[in-house]
Every structure is written in C-alpha cells, then in structure tokens.
Design a protein around this ligand. Structure first.
Ligand code: ASP
Length: 589
C-alpha cells in the first residue's frame, strides 16, 4: 500500500509514529521558513508540515512546486500541533515530513474543490469527477451506499432474494414513453428499456420465488424536473401469498428501519389516508402532512356559504375552497399581491385569489368586501376554524382544477410560514386509489397505477357499469409531500386480467402480442401476489432534506437529459446506423 493511514485517521494516540500518507494537495501555505500542506483523501484532511532547518532542503524545494490537486505521498512523524483546529477530526496533530514524492501532477482545476466552491452547475457537471471530490457530494453518495446496504440487510432478514432482471426487454406499461434500442440481429425490431421490472417480478412470483427484491435501474423517457432523471433507481419488491395489509406492514417496516439506521430517528406508525380524502383536504395524492392547513370547502354540492351576494365568480363556481394561514393576517398588501401572482402563473392557472384577513381586533378586511358583509366573512372564518390574526386564502372554479391550484398555494404558504422543516419527517400511506382514470384527450380509460393492479374484490361488479367508481388495491407511500413508493396487489387471474386489458382498450390481439407471456404464465398456477417499488434516488434526497435527486446520483443527466461530461447522447457513425437497418430522417432544423 502506498500509505499506512488515511488522511482522516491520525489522532494524538498516534504521536511520534512514523506514517505514510497519500492524497491530493488541497492547499499549500508557504510562510517562508515553514510550509504547511493540507493533504486530502476520501476520509479527511491531514496537515503536513515542513520547516527550514529540520526538513531537507530538497523536499522544501519540491513542496514549492506543488500545485492544487497534485497527488503526493508523504512520509513523516506524527506531532502535536501548536495551534489546534477543532473543526476537523485530525486537528490536534500534524505530520512533520521526512520524505515527499509526487505521484502525479494535476492541471489547475476549473473550480475550487472545497465545500464552498466557485464552480457553477454546468462546470461542475462537466467535471463531475472533480465535483465528486467535494465533501458534500461524497457524503451524499456515502449515504446512498448506506441506505442500499441497510435495505439489503432488512430485506435479506425477511427472506427476500435479490434477482436481476433483464435490461433489454419489451415495453412495460408504467405510463411513460419507452427508451428503445434497435436490434442488429433482428433488423427492424427494437428492445425497450424497462420502465420497471414489473412483469418480470410477477413472473418470478409465478416461478415460486415468493419474495423478490432488486435495487435496479429503470428508464423513462419523460420531460425532466428536479426530481426526475431519465434513468433512475428503484428498490423494487414483490411478495406472494399476501394481502395489501401485509405489504404495507413489511415496507413501512423497511422505511422505519432505514430512518433508524441512517438518521437515528424513530418514526411513528404511518397514518393511512384514503385517496378521496387526500384530494379533498390537500388537493393532492401526495399531501405534505408536516403541517395541517387542510382545505375547507365553503361551497360544494352539500353547502354554500358564498352565493347570492352578487359576486358572480363564486355564484358560478362549482367549488369554493380555502385554507387558513395561522397568524398571517399581518401579511402586507405586497405579500398578498405576490401570492396572487403566484396562483395566476400559467403553471398554476388560477384566475385570482380571494383573501380575508381576520384581524386581531376581530374586524375583517378582504378582497371581496364589496360583496360580503363582516357577518358573511365571520361565517367563513368559523367554517374554517380561524381565529383573530389568521388569514383566509380562497380559490374557486372547477373542482379538480381548484384543488390542484390550492394545493400549490398551500405548499407555498406552508414554506413561507416555515412549516416545512426539511429535518422533520411526516410519513403516510395513501390508499384506495381509483383503478382507472378517464383520459378526455384519447377518450380512453387508463390504469391509474398500471394494468396489472387488481380492483378491490367488492368493486369488481362495477367494472362494466361504473368503471370510475372501482377502487384499486393500490397504495403509495408519501414522505413530506413526496411520493416515495407505490405498488399494488396484482391481478393473478388470467380472465380478470384479460377483462382489464379490454377495458383499457386493448384488442385481444394487442393484449396477446404485448402481454401474452404474462397471461400465459398465469395459466400455470399464479400465487396471489403484490408488491411495491420505491424511488431510491428520491428516498436518499428526502431523507437528507434535499429537493434535487441529482445530488445523490454519481453521474446524473442535466435538464435536457444530457450527460455533459461524456457528451451523451451523441450522433453515431453512419456505418453503425446502416448496420442497425435504420434510416434517419433529415434533422428538422
Ligand atoms: N412497477 C411499479 C412502479 O414502477 C411499482 C409496483 O407496482 O410495484 O411504479
């Protein structure tokens, strides 16, 4: 080994030991008679010292030629430091150098490899291998490793077996676009990269594996956001002879175990929320339950506290719904204008925002004073459980849209009021999802989870008459408003599966061509089974209180799906294209 110790290892216990360290030069401080070098590796930083009169001149001369990020090996003796540094674990000692060797020179790095770097996002992505030398990113990847390890430990203990499934497969219907790979040996035919190993894990259940998991790459060709990457990692799991409750218990157990192992936090049992409840009270199927601020409906099909006062907007609205921001009656005109602008942004699309200040002196000031008397506003305030000092924020319109808009507003106000502490964790299960949703555009039913999800047995009768009302044996795990995982109990019956495909608009031939292998397998004795998959990158980010999953991926892609370091995707050689039997259309530009 080119070292006896790492750069994070030496303490006062090692005084007077002769050691060899290797690493990267973080800084050289040359004070004339004395030179200090901070030597860095994955484990930490150790200070090396060289002194005129004590250290051979040749070594001092060599030290003066060192640049940032040079790779060196130093031999020396561990001494106690005169001026200690309590910010780093090795801060009590330094190594007095007796020999020094340059293992490799380094070009001047394009940005500072320190916690506070001067490199912008693009530059750091281009030189990701240098960015990865920084503490922050390294810590993130170490956390990722520990999470993966703990996941494997937990599942192994419960007799889950990790099985690898293929990457070159056929389309799996998870609702996204597939990445396709042309086949040279089968000209004109394409593999699809898995959006998830869904069908394979079900086949493993038919094969009697009983409990399967895999920490696995999945690929979805979707537009990117902060929490999306074209390739991402799932903790993918499946179990046989289980009901929904068994799956929830098993994987709530996993997440509790991870919190305990990784964060030292005991999380309480996860509450369960019906999908319908989540939509009604939070306008989202992944509610952030770190804070309350539930929706209150002032006008719905059952009651109406807003109509017949001459305000057309609310008179005509299908739903009038608001939130009560505790203690926010003191919001300024400007703050309220900003919130109004926020909901009017095209991404949110509200026409306007109604506010009602319930002042501390119990008077009211609202944006609809022209139409509503203080008694009317008091009625609203009571319905919303508001106290003097609170602010009511109200939106109106079509039910689904308003709920979505108010969800965004609730999250924004929650952030503004400091209610979304990233180091506080609120976990829950959302259950009883609808099995199907109707897509107006294509005029077709779509599976809300995926087509292998089973309907609740008691709802099977409704499949033909009222498909919208059929609930699924499907569940999502949500932490701090982020969907961390989702799964379902599957259809294990060939006939029911065929009925579902039919409802989803697949002809018998199409279903046969795409999923014949699965339906065939079900003919040979399929156990009742179900499972779940977790977004592993997201889990890492949420546990760390970070929004972007990119910080937890060693080599991520940017917002345009590019790896700017290796410059991929890239054009390929015409001979390769020919070999694949593909014809490229001329570029549109
Ligand atoms: N395959 C599903 C997904 O990727 C998860 C599951 O149903 O187990 O969301």
């Amino acid at each position: 080994m080119l070292r006896t110790h790492t750069c994070g290892e030496l303490r006062l216990d090692h005084l007077n030991e002769k050691v060899t360290l290797s690493g990267w030069v973080q800084t050289v401080r040359d004070k004339g008679k004395i030179i200090w070098i901070d030597l860095r590796d994955r484990y930490g930083i150790t200070q090396l010292v060289m002194e005129e009169g004590k250290t051979p001149t040749t070594l001092i001369d060599l030290a003066r030629t060192l640049g940032r990020e040079f790779v060196i090996q130093a031999v020396g003796t561990v001494n106690e430091r005169a001026a200690k540094n309590d910010k780093i674990p090795t801060g009590n000692i330094e190594v007095s150098v007796t020999n020094l060797q340059v293992l490799n020179k380094a070009a001047l790095p394009p940005f500072k490899i320190e916690d506070e770097t001067d490199g912008g996002d693009d530059l750091r992505m281009k030189f990701r291998y240098l960015d990865l030398r920084r503490n922050l990113i390294r810590q993130n990847l170490i956390l990722r490793h520990r999470l993966a390890k703990a996941t494997r430990d937990y599942l192994d203990q419960l007799a889950f077996i990790e099985v690898e499934t293929p990457v070159l497969i056929k389309s799996t219907p998870e609702g996204a676009r597939d990445f396709l790979v042309p086949s040279r040996m089968n000209l004109g035919q394409f593999y699809a990269l898995p959006q998830s190993p869904q069908t394979f894990k079900q086949l493993l259940m038919v094969a009697g594996f009983d409990r399967y998991y895999q920490i696995v790459k999945c690929f979805r060709d979707e537009d990117l956001r902060a929490d999306r990457q074209p390739e991402f990692t799932q903790i993918d799991c499946e179990m046989s002879f289980v009901e929904q409750e068994d799956v929830l218990q098993t994987f709530e157990g996993l997440v509790k175990y991870l919190f305990k192992e990784i964060k030292g936090i005991e999380v309480a049992d996860f509450p369960r929320m019906h999908y319908a409840e989540a939509m009604k009270y939070y306008g989202s199927d992944k509610p952030d339950t770190r804070f309350d601020m539930k929706f209150v409906e002032l006008k719905n099909t059952e009651r109406d506290l807003t109509s017949a006062k001459g305000f057309k907007v609310l008179d005509e609205a299908e739903l009038v719904v608001g939130i009560c921001a505790k203690g926010a009656a003191s919001y300024s005109r400007k703050q309220l204008d900003t919130l109004t602008d926020f909901v009017k942004r095209p991404q949110i699309g509200a026409k306007g925002l109604i506010y009602v200040k319930y002042n501390t002196d119990s008077t009211f000031k609202s944006s609809v004073d022209k139409f509503y008397a203080p008694e009317d506003l008091k009625q609203w305030a009571d319905a919303m459980d508001a106290q003097p000092g609170d602010l009511l924020l109200i939106l109106s319109g079509k039910t689904q849209q308003v709920r979505k808009q108010l969800n965004e507003l609730r999250l924004e106000v929650g952030s503004q009021l400091g209610l979304r502490d990233k180091q506080q964790f609120s976990c829950l299960w959302v259950v009883d999802f609808p099995l199907l949703e109707f897509d107006e555009e294509t005029q077709r039913w779509h599976a809300m989870h995926h087509p292998f999800t089973s309907p609740k047995p008691e709802d099977i009768g409704l499949l033909a008459s009222e498909p919208a009302k059929v609930k699924a044996n499907a569940y999502d795990m949500v932490i701090n408003g982020v969907e961390i995982g989702g799964g379902s109990i599957r259809i294990a019956d060939e006939t029911l599966q065929a009925r579902l495909f039919e409802l989803l608009g697949f002809s018998q031939e199409e279903a046969e061509a795409q999923f014949g292998f699965l339906m065939n397998a079900f003919k040979y004795g399929a156990p009742p089974h179900g499972g779940i998959a977790f977004g592993f990158d997201r889990l890492c980010a949420v546990l760390s209180g970070v929004d972007s999953i990119r910080d937890f991926i060693a080599f991520p892609k940017n917002n345009s799906g590019r790896d700017v370091m290796i410059e991929s995707p890239a054009t390929i050689d015409p001979s390769q294209i020919q070999e694949l039997g593909i014809k490229l259309l001329p570029n549109k530009e």
